[in-house]
Write a protein that binds this ligand. Sequence first.
Ligand code: COA
Ligand code: ZN
Length: 307
Amino acid sequence: MNDFVTVNEVGPRDGLQSQGKILSIEERLLMINALLASGIRSIEVGSFVSPKAVPQMAGTGELFGQLPMTEVVAYSALVPNMRGYELALAAGAKSIAVVLSATETMNQRNINMSLEQSTAVCAELLQRAREDGIEGRAYVAVAFECPFEGLTPARVVESLTLRMLEAGARKVIVADTIGAANPKSVRDVLGSLIGLDSASMLSCHFHDTRGMALANVLAALELGVREFDSSIGGLGGCPFSPGATGNLATEDLVLMLHSMGLRSGIEPLALVVTVQRIQALAGVPLGGHAFRWLQRQASKPQEAVHV
Ligand code: COA
Ligand code: ZN
Protein backbone atom coordinates (compact mmCIF):
# COMPACT_ATOMS: atom_id res chain seq x y z
CA MET A 1 0.00 0.00 0.00
CA ASN A 2 1.28 3.47 -0.88
CA ASP A 3 1.74 5.13 2.51
CA PHE A 4 2.45 8.69 1.36
CA VAL A 5 -0.48 11.08 1.36
CA THR A 6 -0.30 14.55 -0.19
CA VAL A 7 -1.89 17.20 2.00
CA ASN A 8 -2.80 20.20 -0.14
CA GLU A 9 -3.33 23.27 2.03
CA VAL A 10 -6.20 25.45 0.76
CA GLY A 11 -6.43 27.91 3.68
CA PRO A 12 -4.94 30.83 1.74
CA ARG A 13 -7.70 30.39 -0.91
CA ASP A 14 -10.76 28.49 0.35
CA GLY A 15 -10.06 29.62 3.90
CA LEU A 16 -9.65 33.33 3.30
CA GLN A 17 -12.21 33.83 0.52
CA SER A 18 -15.18 33.80 2.90
CA GLN A 19 -13.67 35.75 5.79
CA GLY A 20 -15.05 39.12 6.82
CA LYS A 21 -11.53 40.41 7.37
CA ILE A 22 -9.61 41.03 4.15
CA LEU A 23 -5.95 40.26 4.64
CA SER A 24 -3.29 42.41 2.99
CA ILE A 25 -0.77 40.84 0.60
CA GLU A 26 1.81 41.06 3.39
CA GLU A 27 -0.51 39.20 5.81
CA ARG A 28 -1.27 36.53 3.19
CA LEU A 29 2.47 36.10 2.71
CA LEU A 30 2.98 35.76 6.47
CA MET A 31 0.27 33.08 6.44
CA ILE A 32 2.04 31.16 3.68
CA ASN A 33 5.37 31.42 5.49
CA ALA A 34 3.76 30.04 8.66
CA LEU A 35 2.40 27.11 6.62
CA LEU A 36 5.82 26.44 5.07
CA ALA A 37 7.44 26.50 8.52
CA SER A 38 5.27 23.56 9.61
CA GLY A 39 6.45 21.39 6.71
CA ILE A 40 3.46 21.91 4.41
CA ARG A 41 4.69 21.59 0.82
CA SER A 42 1.57 21.88 -1.33
CA ILE A 43 -0.40 25.13 -1.11
CA GLU A 44 -3.28 26.69 -3.01
CA VAL A 45 -2.09 30.25 -2.76
CA GLY A 46 -5.20 32.08 -3.97
CA SER A 47 -7.49 32.54 -6.91
CA PHE A 48 -7.49 34.68 -10.04
CA VAL A 49 -11.14 35.71 -9.90
CA SER A 50 -12.97 39.00 -10.15
CA PRO A 51 -11.94 41.25 -7.23
CA LYS A 52 -15.51 42.55 -7.26
CA ALA A 53 -16.86 39.02 -6.70
CA VAL A 54 -14.22 37.99 -4.12
CA PRO A 55 -12.33 41.01 -2.73
CA GLN A 56 -10.42 38.73 -0.33
CA MET A 57 -8.50 37.32 -3.32
CA ALA A 58 -7.56 40.65 -4.94
CA GLY A 59 -3.80 40.91 -5.54
CA THR A 60 -3.12 37.17 -5.93
CA GLY A 61 -0.77 37.99 -8.83
CA GLU A 62 1.28 40.28 -6.61
CA LEU A 63 1.34 37.61 -3.91
CA PHE A 64 2.69 35.04 -6.38
CA GLY A 65 5.56 37.38 -7.17
CA GLN A 66 6.61 37.38 -3.51
CA LEU A 67 6.36 33.67 -2.70
CA PRO A 68 9.47 32.01 -1.30
CA MET A 69 10.68 30.05 -4.29
CA THR A 70 11.90 26.57 -3.61
CA GLU A 71 11.72 23.49 -5.78
CA VAL A 72 10.13 21.39 -3.08
CA VAL A 73 7.00 23.50 -2.67
CA ALA A 74 4.08 23.13 -5.06
CA TYR A 75 2.04 26.33 -5.29
CA SER A 76 -1.22 26.44 -7.20
CA ALA A 77 -4.07 28.85 -7.92
CA LEU A 78 -7.74 28.52 -8.73
CA VAL A 79 -8.83 30.00 -12.08
CA PRO A 80 -12.46 30.33 -13.26
CA ASN A 81 -11.97 31.51 -16.85
CA MET A 82 -9.40 32.40 -19.54
CA ARG A 83 -8.87 35.86 -18.04
CA GLY A 84 -7.90 34.21 -14.75
CA TYR A 85 -5.67 31.73 -16.58
CA GLU A 86 -3.78 34.52 -18.37
CA LEU A 87 -3.31 36.36 -15.08
CA ALA A 88 -2.06 33.18 -13.38
CA LEU A 89 0.39 32.55 -16.21
CA ALA A 90 1.66 36.13 -16.08
CA ALA A 91 2.15 35.80 -12.32
CA GLY A 92 4.34 32.73 -12.82
CA ALA A 93 1.91 30.05 -11.57
CA LYS A 94 3.04 26.54 -12.54
CA SER A 95 -0.12 24.78 -11.42
CA ILE A 96 -3.76 25.79 -11.78
CA ALA A 97 -7.10 24.36 -10.70
CA VAL A 98 -10.22 24.98 -12.74
CA VAL A 99 -13.61 24.93 -11.06
CA LEU A 100 -16.58 23.06 -12.44
CA SER A 101 -19.69 22.64 -10.31
CA ALA A 102 -21.78 19.52 -10.82
CA THR A 103 -25.09 21.40 -11.00
CA GLU A 104 -26.56 24.09 -13.22
CA THR A 105 -27.45 26.53 -10.41
CA MET A 106 -24.12 26.29 -8.62
CA ASN A 107 -22.23 27.12 -11.83
CA GLN A 108 -24.48 30.12 -12.37
CA ARG A 109 -24.08 31.38 -8.80
CA ASN A 110 -20.37 30.78 -8.61
CA ILE A 111 -19.03 31.82 -11.98
CA ASN A 112 -22.03 33.08 -13.95
CA MET A 113 -21.91 30.26 -16.51
CA SER A 114 -24.21 27.38 -17.37
CA LEU A 115 -23.03 23.84 -16.64
CA GLU A 116 -22.42 23.31 -20.35
CA GLN A 117 -20.46 26.56 -20.72
CA SER A 118 -18.46 25.89 -17.62
CA THR A 119 -17.59 22.35 -18.75
CA ALA A 120 -16.39 23.68 -22.11
CA VAL A 121 -14.39 26.52 -20.51
CA CYS A 122 -12.73 24.18 -17.99
CA ALA A 123 -11.80 21.74 -20.77
CA GLU A 124 -10.35 24.59 -22.84
CA LEU A 125 -8.33 25.87 -19.86
CA LEU A 126 -6.94 22.40 -19.16
CA GLN A 127 -5.97 21.93 -22.79
CA ARG A 128 -4.29 25.32 -22.84
CA ALA A 129 -2.44 24.50 -19.60
CA ARG A 130 -1.16 21.28 -21.11
CA GLU A 131 0.17 23.16 -24.15
CA ASP A 132 1.87 25.70 -21.88
CA GLY A 133 3.46 23.05 -19.66
CA ILE A 134 1.33 24.11 -16.67
CA GLU A 135 -0.07 21.46 -14.38
CA GLY A 136 -3.86 21.48 -14.59
CA ARG A 137 -6.24 20.07 -12.02
CA ALA A 138 -10.03 20.29 -11.92
CA TYR A 139 -12.40 20.74 -9.02
CA VAL A 140 -15.75 19.06 -9.38
CA ALA A 141 -17.63 21.12 -6.78
CA VAL A 142 -20.89 20.19 -5.01
CA ALA A 143 -20.07 16.59 -5.94
CA PHE A 144 -22.29 15.16 -3.19
CA GLU A 145 -24.97 17.77 -2.58
CA CYS A 146 -25.75 21.22 -3.94
CA PRO A 147 -27.24 23.92 -1.69
CA PHE A 148 -29.66 24.82 -4.50
CA GLU A 149 -30.46 21.50 -6.22
CA GLY A 150 -30.12 18.87 -3.48
CA LEU A 151 -28.35 15.53 -3.84
CA THR A 152 -25.95 15.29 -6.79
CA PRO A 153 -26.31 12.08 -8.83
CA ALA A 154 -23.08 10.04 -8.79
CA ARG A 155 -23.31 9.51 -12.57
CA VAL A 156 -23.08 13.30 -13.13
CA VAL A 157 -19.87 13.46 -11.08
CA GLU A 158 -18.58 10.47 -13.00
CA SER A 159 -19.20 11.99 -16.43
CA LEU A 160 -17.76 15.41 -15.47
CA THR A 161 -14.70 13.74 -13.96
CA LEU A 162 -14.07 11.75 -17.12
CA ARG A 163 -14.52 14.86 -19.23
CA MET A 164 -11.93 16.74 -17.15
CA LEU A 165 -9.46 13.85 -17.29
CA GLU A 166 -9.90 13.61 -21.06
CA ALA A 167 -9.22 17.34 -21.33
CA GLY A 168 -5.88 16.81 -19.59
CA ALA A 169 -6.52 17.26 -15.86
CA ARG A 170 -3.70 15.63 -13.90
CA LYS A 171 -6.14 15.18 -11.05
CA VAL A 172 -9.80 15.72 -10.40
CA ILE A 173 -10.60 17.09 -6.96
CA VAL A 174 -13.94 15.69 -5.86
CA ALA A 175 -15.26 18.46 -3.64
CA ASP A 176 -17.89 18.31 -0.91
CA THR A 177 -18.37 22.09 -0.98
CA ILE A 178 -21.06 22.21 1.71
CA GLY A 179 -19.88 19.37 3.93
CA ALA A 180 -22.83 17.10 3.18
CA ALA A 181 -21.00 13.86 2.31
CA ASN A 182 -20.90 10.80 4.52
CA PRO A 183 -18.70 7.69 4.25
CA LYS A 184 -21.38 5.81 2.31
CA SER A 185 -21.87 8.57 -0.25
CA VAL A 186 -18.08 8.87 -0.56
CA ARG A 187 -17.92 5.15 -1.35
CA ASP A 188 -20.81 5.48 -3.81
CA VAL A 189 -19.38 8.45 -5.69
CA LEU A 190 -15.70 7.49 -5.63
CA GLY A 191 -16.41 3.79 -6.01
CA SER A 192 -17.86 4.24 -9.48
CA LEU A 193 -15.02 6.59 -10.47
CA ILE A 194 -12.34 4.25 -9.26
CA GLY A 195 -13.95 1.46 -11.24
CA LEU A 196 -13.36 3.58 -14.33
CA ASP A 197 -10.01 5.07 -13.54
CA SER A 198 -7.23 4.86 -11.07
CA ALA A 199 -7.51 6.42 -7.59
CA SER A 200 -4.23 8.19 -8.32
CA MET A 201 -6.14 10.59 -10.59
CA LEU A 202 -8.39 11.68 -7.73
CA SER A 203 -8.09 14.03 -4.81
CA CYS A 204 -10.79 14.82 -2.23
CA HIS A 205 -11.87 18.12 -0.72
CA PHE A 206 -14.06 17.75 2.36
CA HIS A 207 -15.71 20.29 4.61
CA ASP A 208 -16.35 19.44 8.25
CA THR A 209 -19.69 21.25 8.51
CA ARG A 210 -21.43 18.16 9.92
CA GLY A 211 -18.36 16.67 11.64
CA MET A 212 -17.88 13.88 9.10
CA ALA A 213 -14.82 15.06 7.18
CA LEU A 214 -12.35 12.61 8.77
CA ALA A 215 -14.74 9.70 8.36
CA ASN A 216 -15.00 10.68 4.70
CA VAL A 217 -11.21 10.84 4.39
CA LEU A 218 -11.01 7.31 5.79
CA ALA A 219 -13.57 6.06 3.26
CA ALA A 220 -11.54 7.67 0.44
CA LEU A 221 -8.23 6.34 1.80
CA GLU A 222 -9.69 2.83 1.82
CA LEU A 223 -10.52 3.28 -1.87
CA GLY A 224 -6.90 4.24 -2.57
CA VAL A 225 -7.11 8.05 -2.70
CA ARG A 226 -3.81 9.59 -1.57
CA GLU A 227 -4.37 13.32 -1.93
CA PHE A 228 -6.59 15.54 0.21
CA ASP A 229 -7.28 19.25 0.54
CA SER A 230 -7.47 20.73 4.02
CA SER A 231 -7.37 24.16 5.60
CA ILE A 232 -5.30 25.17 8.58
CA GLY A 233 -7.38 25.42 11.75
CA GLY A 234 -10.52 24.60 9.73
CA LEU A 235 -10.58 28.13 8.29
CA GLY A 236 -13.00 28.36 5.41
CA GLY A 237 -16.13 28.24 3.34
CA CYS A 238 -17.44 29.33 -0.04
CA PRO A 239 -19.06 32.77 -0.37
CA PHE A 240 -21.46 31.54 -3.08
CA SER A 241 -22.56 28.38 -1.37
CA PRO A 242 -24.82 28.83 1.65
CA GLY A 243 -23.80 26.52 4.49
CA ALA A 244 -20.23 25.91 3.29
CA THR A 245 -18.51 26.49 6.60
CA GLY A 246 -15.47 24.86 8.14
CA ASN A 247 -13.02 23.07 5.90
CA LEU A 248 -11.44 19.88 7.15
CA ALA A 249 -8.72 21.17 9.50
CA THR A 250 -5.17 20.40 8.36
CA GLU A 251 -4.12 19.44 11.90
CA ASP A 252 -6.96 16.88 12.14
CA LEU A 253 -6.05 15.35 8.80
CA VAL A 254 -2.30 15.24 9.51
CA LEU A 255 -2.78 13.78 12.99
CA MET A 256 -5.10 11.04 11.71
CA LEU A 257 -2.69 10.12 8.89
CA HIS A 258 0.24 10.12 11.32
CA SER A 259 -1.67 7.98 13.85
CA MET A 260 -2.48 5.47 11.09
CA GLY A 261 1.20 5.18 10.10
CA LEU A 262 0.71 7.08 6.85
CA ARG A 263 3.27 9.74 5.91
CA SER A 264 2.51 13.32 4.90
CA GLY A 265 5.88 14.94 5.59
CA ILE A 266 4.16 17.22 8.11
CA GLU A 267 4.82 16.98 11.83
CA PRO A 268 1.47 17.23 13.70
CA LEU A 269 2.91 19.18 16.65
CA ALA A 270 4.51 21.73 14.33
CA LEU A 271 1.00 22.75 13.27
CA VAL A 272 0.15 24.15 16.71
CA VAL A 273 2.24 27.30 16.28
CA THR A 274 1.04 27.62 12.68
CA VAL A 275 -2.62 27.57 13.76
CA GLN A 276 -1.88 30.17 16.43
CA ARG A 277 -0.07 32.48 14.01
CA ILE A 278 -2.80 32.24 11.40
CA GLN A 279 -5.51 32.74 13.99
CA ALA A 280 -3.84 36.03 14.89
CA LEU A 281 -3.70 37.06 11.23
CA ALA A 282 -7.27 36.03 10.36
CA GLY A 283 -8.70 37.45 13.57
CA VAL A 284 -11.08 34.51 14.12
CA PRO A 285 -10.81 31.56 16.53
CA LEU A 286 -9.32 28.56 14.74
CA GLY A 287 -8.61 24.93 15.53
CA GLY A 288 -9.93 21.55 14.45
CA HIS A 289 -11.14 18.71 16.71
CA ALA A 290 -7.59 17.74 17.66
CA PHE A 291 -6.21 21.22 18.19
CA ARG A 292 -6.57 21.47 21.97
CA TRP A 293 -5.05 18.03 22.44
CA LEU A 294 -2.15 18.91 20.13
CA GLN A 295 -1.68 22.16 22.01
CA ARG A 296 -1.36 20.26 25.31
CA GLN A 297 1.14 17.83 23.78
CA ALA A 298 3.17 20.70 22.36
CA SER A 299 3.46 22.31 25.80
CA LYS A 300 4.82 19.12 27.46
CA PRO A 301 8.54 18.37 27.77
CA GLN A 302 9.49 16.73 24.47
CA GLU A 303 10.49 13.32 25.94
CA ALA A 304 6.94 12.93 27.33
CA VAL A 305 5.32 13.48 23.95
CA HIS A 306 3.97 10.61 21.88
CA VAL A 307 2.13 11.81 18.83
N1 COA B 1 -9.94 37.85 -12.74
C1 COA B 1 -10.14 39.16 -12.54
N2 COA B 1 -11.11 39.88 -13.11
C2 COA B 1 -11.94 39.23 -13.95
C3 COA B 1 -11.79 37.86 -14.20
C4 COA B 1 -10.75 37.17 -13.57
N3 COA B 1 -10.56 35.86 -13.75
N4 COA B 1 -12.76 37.48 -15.05
C5 COA B 1 -13.49 38.57 -15.32
N5 COA B 1 -12.99 39.63 -14.65
C6 COA B 1 -13.51 41.00 -14.62
C7 COA B 1 -13.78 41.57 -15.98
O1 COA B 1 -12.63 42.18 -16.48
C8 COA B 1 -14.87 42.58 -15.71
O2 COA B 1 -14.30 43.70 -15.08
P1 COA B 1 -14.97 45.17 -15.21
O3 COA B 1 -16.33 45.08 -14.57
O4 COA B 1 -14.03 46.03 -14.46
O5 COA B 1 -15.04 45.42 -16.68
C9 COA B 1 -15.69 41.86 -14.65
O6 COA B 1 -14.80 40.96 -13.99
C10 COA B 1 -16.87 41.11 -15.22
O7 COA B 1 -16.40 40.25 -16.26
P2 COA B 1 -17.29 39.10 -16.90
O8 COA B 1 -16.46 38.36 -17.88
O9 COA B 1 -18.60 39.68 -17.38
O10 COA B 1 -17.50 38.13 -15.68
P3 COA B 1 -18.80 37.82 -14.85
O11 COA B 1 -19.41 39.04 -14.29
O12 COA B 1 -19.64 36.90 -15.66
O13 COA B 1 -18.13 36.99 -13.64
C11 COA B 1 -16.36 35.57 -12.83
C12 COA B 1 -17.46 35.79 -13.87
C13 COA B 1 -15.91 34.13 -12.95
C14 COA B 1 -15.24 36.53 -13.13
C15 COA B 1 -16.92 35.86 -11.43
O14 COA B 1 -18.15 35.21 -11.28
C16 COA B 1 -15.99 35.41 -10.33
O15 COA B 1 -14.87 35.89 -10.20
N6 COA B 1 -16.45 34.50 -9.47
C17 COA B 1 -15.66 34.06 -8.33
C18 COA B 1 -15.85 32.61 -8.12
C19 COA B 1 -15.12 32.14 -6.89
O16 COA B 1 -14.04 32.57 -6.57
N7 COA B 1 -15.77 31.20 -6.20
C20 COA B 1 -15.19 30.60 -5.04
C21 COA B 1 -14.21 29.53 -5.38
S1 COA B 1 -14.92 28.12 -6.13
ZN1 ZN C 1 -14.14 24.18 -0.12
